[in-house]
Each structure stands twice: as C-alpha cells, then as structure tokens.
Design a protein around this ligand. Structure first.
Ligand SMILES: C[S@@+](CC[C@H](N)C(=O)[O-])C[C@H]1O[C@@H](n2cnc3c(N)ncnc32)[C@H](O)[C@@H]1O
Ligand code: SF4
Length: 414
C-alpha cells in the first residue's frame, strides 16, 4: 500500500476539507451527517416539482408557436434516443435515492473504464499509466471476458483503455465479446492510434473510437511522443473514418499543456473539417492541473473559443459549455468517482478513486462493483469531499450527472 498523499487536497487551498490521514472528512463535523441514515423522501419530491416548474417557466417564456416547436423537437429527441434517455433517467433517480435516502455518495456505475494493459509503445511526458502506482498483471483472454461479464451486470457501457490497448493481441476478441456476446450498448476504446491498421477488427465491434492527438505538427526530436508518430496516426484516422458509419463515431482527444495551446486550436479546426468530435482536458501533473494556465492569455482565449463553438454548435464538441468551463478553468466540482469506476487489468477496482491509490477489491473475487464499493467503504469510508481537484473530463461529468442532471440535460438538448 502506498503512503497517504497529504499534499493532494490541501495544495489547492481546500484546507480542512479532507483528513489527509484517512482521505475523507472523518475529522470534520460533517462525519456524523454523512454516516447517519435519515430518509429524505421529500427532497426527491421537491426535485421533481422544481424540474416541472423550470420546464413550465422555460416554455411559457417563449411564444406559443416557438414553445410548440421546441416541445416537439424535445419530444422527437427523447424518442430517437430513448434507450439512452431511459438509462440516464434510471441512473439519475437511482443515484438520487442513494444520495438523499441512503445518504451516501457512492453512486452506481454509469460506465466502466477497463485498463486492459499497462504496456505502451509511447512515453508521453504527462502520462502515469506506463508506470502506475498500483501495478496489476494482465489476465488471459477468457478471464478478461469473465471480468467483462461481471461488469455488464451493472453497466451497459465500457471504455477500453491502458497503457495502449491495441498492444494486446486479443483486443479485437475482447471488443467483439463486449459488443456481440455481452451486448454492451456502448463499447469505446481510447488509443494513441499508432496500431489501428493492425487491429482492423475493432472497427466492427466498437460503437465509438477515441484517438489521442496533442499536435498536428510532427516532431521527430521527441521520440516516443505523440507528435513523433503523427503521420501514422493521421493515416489510421482516415482508415477509421472509412470504416465507421459516421465521422462523429470518432473523437479526437487532446491534452493541453503550455507548449501546445496553438496546436489544440488547430486540432479543433481539423475536427470541424473532418466531422470528428473534439474533446479536451489539461494534463494533470501529480493529479493536479497546471493552475498557471489560468493566467495565460493564450489559454484563456482558447477556452473562450472552445466554449463559443460549443455554444453555437458549429462543430461537435464533448461536454456542455458549463462543463467545459469547470473543466478548463479548474472550477470547483464534487467528484463521484464510482460513476466511472476504473478497473485494472487483473480486475482490481479503485475505491474511492484511482488518484487516491486504494483498491476497494477485485471484481473477480467480489463479483460486483456493489460489493467492491461496500468493501472499500468499510475500509476507507465514504467518498471524500475533496472539492474536485482532478480536472479530468469523466470526473467533472460525474458531478454534473449527479448534481445538475437537469441543467446538463437541458444544455445537451438545447
Ligand atoms: C492513459 S491514455 C491510454 C490510452 C492511449 N494510450 C492513449 O494515449 O490514448 C488515455 C488518455 O489519457 C490521457 N492522459 C494521459 N495522462 C494524462 C494526464 N496526466 N493528464 C490528462 N490526461 C492524460 C491521454 O492523452 C489519453 O487521451
Ligand atoms: S500513449 Fe497513452 S498510455 Fe502511452 S504514454 Fe501516451 S498517454 Fe500514456
């Protein structure tokens, strides 16, 4: 077990929020409040009433014809995406029940993140995955599929990641099993894109592919970096584009650091031209964002441009304007890490989250996330109130899903 990270929450000026010894607010007055099981059924009722009245106000502030048109568009959107919409509603109310009635922030998984390997053919400067703090051995194919079967019992969405997932010889078999045998409704894979030409079976199994790209300028002076392999990645992107039904099935994910601010804007333009979805976050260093970026005028201008394009819907961009601002301006948010649980290659699941380096249990042994989280909670307590310091997309998204679901839904539909 690794030593407690005393620097983690306190270095962001959140002194007193989180006990550095126990990684939870156990030394705060809040503990009794968190542990007590007090039913708050009326809160759920209030939430539903509040949503209904917000919708009524929104529609009544428009003209009649416009309100009808908006209402119809909303209804059509809801019908077209009904499985997704139903899943989101179910998940939201399930978590509302957990939070308000059972008084716990250990929410149900929405999608699982499966690290299939720690190996990688690159060595990006910001990456911690090649040498993770808690190392785990890869399982053979059949055992990994057994792991996927267990995951499927609690969620229908899986994201394969690593290390570099395409380095695994059986990655096509794993994706095929996930989609066709286990019927995951969303099978995603995130890759550096260098080996896609050798894993073309993936195109028939994935619902969506995420390719990481940090620059559109090749740079052979930095071997093992993403810019060093740019031409192969661009070639493979075109291959992927020719194999997926829509260009929007491909997302380009870019990590912002001080050196590539201009490149990120170019990547966003490139996504617009190609029809790819643009996604971004900043590099975390020792799990903390580079707060200096906030003072950088070029960075500020970039954030404004991203938000503006998302607001105008001039091209597909991941996240809503509010979410993007929280993510890129390092705003405060409450993280619900069990919403996107991280599973290591041998089936170990982090609790409460990967940055705190604690394993709640092994999925193959415990048999469900629910049991792993219950074990983790017993060992390490409830989710700490660390006021969102790990500004990664999934973490910020978890906050909006749990706490501003209706705002998120409204911004997504609008
Ligand atoms: C760990 S990688 C694994 C998948 C694959 N090797 C790749 O690079 O896409 C998953 C994603 O996390 C991003 N990432 C890695 N280290 C990061 C960090 N310190 N801060 C923010 N993003 C990071 C990568 O750029 C990539 O988009
Ligand atoms: S390609 Fe992915 S896993 Fe490999 S070093 Fe870069 S970010 Fe890390």
């Amino acid at each position: 077990m690794t030593a407690p990270r005393a620097d983690l929450p306190i270095s962001l000026g959140q002194q007193g929020r989180l006990c550095p010894t126990h990684f939870r607010n156990c030394c705060q007055a809040g503990e009794g409040r968190q542990e007590a099981v007090r039913p708050h059924f009326h809160l759920i009722g209030f939430k539903i009433l509040a949503v209904a009245s917000r919708l009524r106000v929104r529609f009544s502030s428009m003209g009649k014809a416009r309100a009808e048109e908006k209402g119809l568009t909303l209804l059509r959107g809801l019908v077209r995406h009904s499985p997704f919409v139903l899943k989101n509603f179910k998940h939201y109310f399930q978590n509302l029940y957990r939070r308000e009635i059972r008084r716990t922030n250990v929410v149900a998984p929405y999608a699982a993140v499966l690290y299939v390997t720690h190996k990688c053919n690159l060595a990006c400067s910001y990456c911690t995955q090649k040498e993770p703090d808690v190392f785990s051995q890869e399982l053979p194919t059949a055992e990994t599929i057994r792991l996927l079967r267990i995951i499927r019992k609690e969620t229908d969405s899986i994201l394969f990641t690593g290390g570099e997932p395409t380095l695994r010889n059986d990655i096509e078999a794993l994706a095929r099993a996930a989609r066709h045998d286990l019927k995951f409704r969303s099978v995603l894979l995130i890759t550096n894109g260098t080996l896609l030409h050798e894993r073309q079976g993936l195109f028939d199994s994935l619902h969506s592919l995420i390719v990481s790209l940090d620059s559109l300028e090749a740079d052979s002076t930095r071997p093992m970096s993403k810019p060093a392999v740019l031409s192969k990645v661009l070639e493979n992107l075109q291959l992927a584009k020719s194999r997926f039904p829509r260009a929007t099935d491909i997302t380009i994910s870019t990590v912002i650091e001080e050196w590539n601010i201009a490149d990120v804007e170019r990547i966003m333009d490139f996504c617009g031209e190609q029809g790819f979805v643009f996604a971004t976050q900043t590099a975390l260093n020792e799990k903390l964002p580079n707060l200096r970026l906030r003072q950088n005028p070029r960075y500020q201008a970039l954030v404004e441009k991203i938000v503006q394009r998302r607001r105008e819907r001039s091209q597909p961009i991941n996240g809503t304007p509010k979410l993007i601002r929280t993510l890129l301006e390092f705003g405060d948010f409450q993280c619900f890490p069990t919403m996107f649980p991280r599973v290591y290659p041998n089936g170990d699941v982090f609790y409460p989250c990967e940055p705190l380096k604690k394993i709640g249990g092994n999925l193959l042994h415990e048999g469900s996330f629910n049991k792993v989280f219950a074990r983790g909670r017993k060992l390490y307590g409830d989710i700490p109130d660390c006021h969102g310091i790990c500004h990664l997309f999934g973490n910020v998204l978890s906050s909006y899903y749990a706490k501003d679901f209706w705002g998120l839904a409204g911004d997504t539909i609008r």
